[in-house]
Write a protein that binds this ligand. Sequence first.
Ligand code: SF4
Length: 713
Amino acid sequence: MSNHSELTIEEKLLGKIAGEDTGIEIKKTICSICSHNCGIDAYVKDGIVIKVEGSAENAASHGTLCSKGAAMRQYLYHKDRIRTPLLKKGGRDSTEFEAISWENAMEIAASHLQKIKDESGPESVAFYVGFPKWLRSFVKRLCLSFGSPNFCTESSTCYHATALASELTYGYQSSPDMKGTDCLLLWSANPLHSDTSSAKGLLKAVDHGMKLIEVGPFVTPVTKHAEMHLRIRPGTSGALALAMANVIIEEGLYDVEFVNQFTKGFEEYRSYVREFTPKAAESITTVPADLIIRAARLFAKSERAAIKSGASPTVHHTNGLQNHRAIISLVGLTGNFDREGGHYVVPWSYYHAPNGLDTRDGEFEQARSAEGMPARVGSDINPIWDKLKKEGQSVYLPFQIKSGKPYPIRSVVGFGMNYRMWPGSDFMKEALNKLDFLMTADLFMTDTTRLSDLVLPVCSTFERQQIKMYPGRFGLWTEPVIDPIGESRSDIDLITDLSAALKLNDPLFSQGYKACVDWILEPSGMKVADLEQHPGGCVLEKGSMPPYQKYRQNGFPTPSGKMEFSSSILGEAGLEPLPKYEEPLHSPISTPDIAEKFPLVLTTGSRLPMFFHSRTFRLPWTRRLSPDPMVEINPVDAEKRGIREGDRVKLSTPKSHLIVKAHLTGKVAPGVAAMYHDYPGADVNELIYPDYRDPISGYPGFKSLLCEVESVT
Ligand code: SF4
């Protein structure tokens, strides 16, 4: 009903209808439960959010909210929200906290950090940003101003390794142009569960004739829309990609002009992929050879083709980085890089990605150069990561905290930090307990904040300002739609106050968030004020998308100036320059002795649509949809073990075990067991060794471990 004039006030209030008579206002904000930041219309009465809806004018989310966003009120007003700064009472093992003032909290934080800096050097304090990510440039600026090189993020285990693989190959990161492509290779991605805003576009493109090839061990909601599903054994993507390259090269389906003029190392690559005949790859991947051939032909013969992979599934393996290089090499091999309907270049920047704006966030972060500071965490083990990502590889934080080598890390300042994301999370917990001072900022009391000496409450997007730039040249600026919960504050205020308490004399921080963003945007000619005029967001007027095929004029930003099948950077570092396939460290093929006792491949960390890492397990609406931690196995494997649906089972790896429920489903391939991460009380990351990792990126092998599932019912 569009006209509500016939309704009584009581009926309108019951229907939560906005208007002067009901006193209900619609205010514009965004959801920050995941990084998509869908637009939200918040219905606010008397300072309380009484209803949320998707904002129709948001060009990225088009008025939709997923189940997590729809449960926003339970998130905002949850009893676990931290309401005041909290100081731990008693020793490290205590779980008691006392409420303190912000003034007191800043004094305590500054005195501890300054003392550690004076005694052990600024590098002994690590700064870490988990989720959300929007504050990263501010924390990095704080970290470098303080004098520490150890800025770390959750990207140490999420997405950055795929970016690293792309940068080593093309010098750029890129994304698929799903609107314009004829064939999409969807590689270990389940957008309907993890990327709802792009899922709509994907299904629309299929409706308009785009051919879809799905690769991955699971049957997903997208599978029924695909021409074919290549159901690989987890951890074998590299072998599959090389076999597709084999078919494409042997059948002369590659882009000869692009390969001859713009690539390096093609002959070595061609010679290497000869080993990966479809038949040979079938025995590694379990994908039938004829399906590999059909997929390779469809991909290469399509006029415009692209690859969309999940942020991390292809790189959460001990062979992940080279596997991902093998996958994305198919884009260049078929001439689909930096072209309409293929892949477009995406700059890594919160403020202009990928909108063609000229911004200076890089300069903003580097308030002080890290040059001359001690080496970053993990740089000795993963020098390529260090060189290209220019941040600490936080997977090594617990090792350095525990060993004190090459120098001590005595304090961590963590924003949205969740130690359960670390491989061997119990190992990370032990390390955090060794710190002299752990300070965390979060919305909720969590397992990590409970370990902390000082806990600071931060706001949700509903309670603070934030700039957001979406792909597709759409941007917005939010203002608070309600008062902060308790004494919580914006992360940015906390960062700038801490900078002041540490007497870092930052001339930009002292002017506040808006002034900092204006400074970052300045070269683009845009100001926050331009966005403020459009509370629900607007199409950006400034900047323009760069043209395609820039490499024809400028080459590629790699050492050779070409797309590199054979990576110069890897070669110079004494590493394998070609995207060579290695078995996962533990697999039925590489470690048959371990596989005898642990015959199933355990893959962890895929998504359920109602959970986003640990963030929404506490919400009644979402938790009710999947209340118990469970391991999913194929009915064939269950029958062999006498396991029935819902049985209590022991899920064990060589490191440890958990007791969970069994869910029998054909969604999971035979020989594979799958478990979601972050379930309270059943942390699957405790089952993986902390050093079970990729040698180049440092990424944990979360998605190809060996395990066994046994009934304990
Ligand atoms: S949690 Fe859902 S509604 Fe919120 S930003 Fe992510 S996709 Fe959008």
